[in-house]
Write a protein that binds this ligand. Structure first.
Ligand code: SF4
Length: 365
């Protein structure tokens, strides 16, 4: 690959101009593109990480109805923030954004800092989000390199090395910086991402619609679909859990997940890893977790969810337990039907929440 691209070279200038012209005429009308408020642009970039545009739009709009300004979010209750994020996944994003926004309120008087060195000090802000937010909100000349941009650059310049290797990734970054239009860096970054999102698609690039076929080396060599080279993906492991519905006096016992871990801060039923244990062994595990005899009734549901790195199966059992006393009381609560509607749960539990609420309303265990 030629990584000594001259930023003034004819081909670079042509790509830049064609992309911007295409973007001006073909960009999708997305709610955050109508915004100039750095907080709103930042929120959209955080929500869009690893998530499809069509999934993000309703979350973005709902979130801004409740927290229209950075100050309103800075003063919020974290559980309310997580509830609005419920179902969007990657909850560390929400917790980091919340912490970062509080820091902006305290240290920068509520103004999102425009200096990349300051912005990158905030929780959860990395190289990509800093470049994306600051180029769009403040026209800072920073190239934003996400998965879409990596793919477009690998194809345009026929980079045939694995982009997850650091040396290849550096080459891609250097190329992105050379391509960047310094007069309209925010639009240019969005144009690259937009091309990757709607034309230069991962499995079947729509080259017949693309304005860059003349400049694209992978297209010229008939290799567009083969790039970028990807590492072989490892199979995703499945983890099985047993979860218990424990009800006492119209309240259901819930556990809050460790804030620093996966799905941190969200609520779930008391659960243990199943590990091929028989029912009687599961009962012993629950009894020792809850320091009280627990009897499992007939299983009512089997829940499934696939995350990016693992698959969960959760076997749900109603129970009999007279007086469970979990160890660390801070991470547990007895929730009534109203609490269950208000608390944030991982998506995998959503299908059984109506059943739990109806059990609470009808006294069923
Ligand atoms: S010509 Fe095809 S492979 Fe090349 S940038 Fe356009 S869509 Fe992507």
């Amino acid at each position: 690959m030629d990584c000594n691209i001259d930023p003034k070279s004819v081909v670079i200038n042509v790509i830049r101009q064609k992309l911007l012209d295409w973007y001006d005429q073909n960009q999708r009308d997305l709610p955050w593109r109508r915004e100039r408020d750095p907080y709103r642009i930042w929120l959209s970039e955080v929500m869009l990480q690893q998530t499809r545009v069509s999934t993000v739009i309703p979350y973005y709009e709902r979130f801004l109805k409740v927290f229209p300004t950075l100050s309103s979010l800075a003063e919020a209750d974290e559980q309310k923030v997580l509830k609005l994020w419920e179902g969007l996944g990657y909850y560390a994003r929400a917790r980091n954004l919340f912490e970062a926004v509080k820091e902006v309120q305290k240290t920068y008087g509520g103004e999102v800092p425009s200096d990349p060195a300051d912005f990158k000090k905030l929780r959860g802000v990395g190289e990509y989000s800093s470049a994306a937010v600051l180029s769009i909100a403040y026209q800072k000349p920073l190239a934003a390199v996400d998965g879409n941009v990596v793919r477009v650059i690998c194809r345009l310049f026929m980079i045939e090395d694995d982009p997850t290797k650091s040396i290849t990734y550096k080459q891609i970054n250097t190329t992105a910086r050379k391509l960047l239009d310094l007069r309209r860096p925010g639009d240019f970054n969005q144009a690259m991402m937009e091309l990757g999102a709607i034309v230069c698609l991962p499995r079947s690039p729509q080259c017949f619609k693309c304005i860059l076929t003349k400049e694209c080396l992978a297209y010229q060599k008939g290799k567009a679909e083969e790039l970028p080279i990807s590492k072989k993906t490892r199979p995703i492991p499945t983890i099985e859990y047993a979860a218990a519905i424990i009800i006492k006096e119209r309240h259901c016992l819930l556990h809050q997940r460790d804030r620093s871990g996966m799905l941190g801060g969200l609520w779930e039923l008391p659960a243990i890893e199943k590990r091929n244990r028989k029912k009687i062994e599961l009962e012993q595990c629950f009894s020792s977790l809850l320091r009280n005899p627990v009897k499992l009734k007939k299983r009512t549901s089997l829940l499934n969810h696939t995350f990016s790195h693992q698959r969960w199966k959760v076997y749900v059992y109603p129970t009999e337990s007279s007086n469970p006393v979990p160890d660390n009381k801070n991470n547990w609560c007895w929730a009534n039907a109203e609490d269950i509607s208000a608390l944030p749960f991982p998506k995998i539990y959503h299908p059984i929440l109506p059943d739990i609420i109806s059990r609470l309303q009808t006294h069923l265990n």
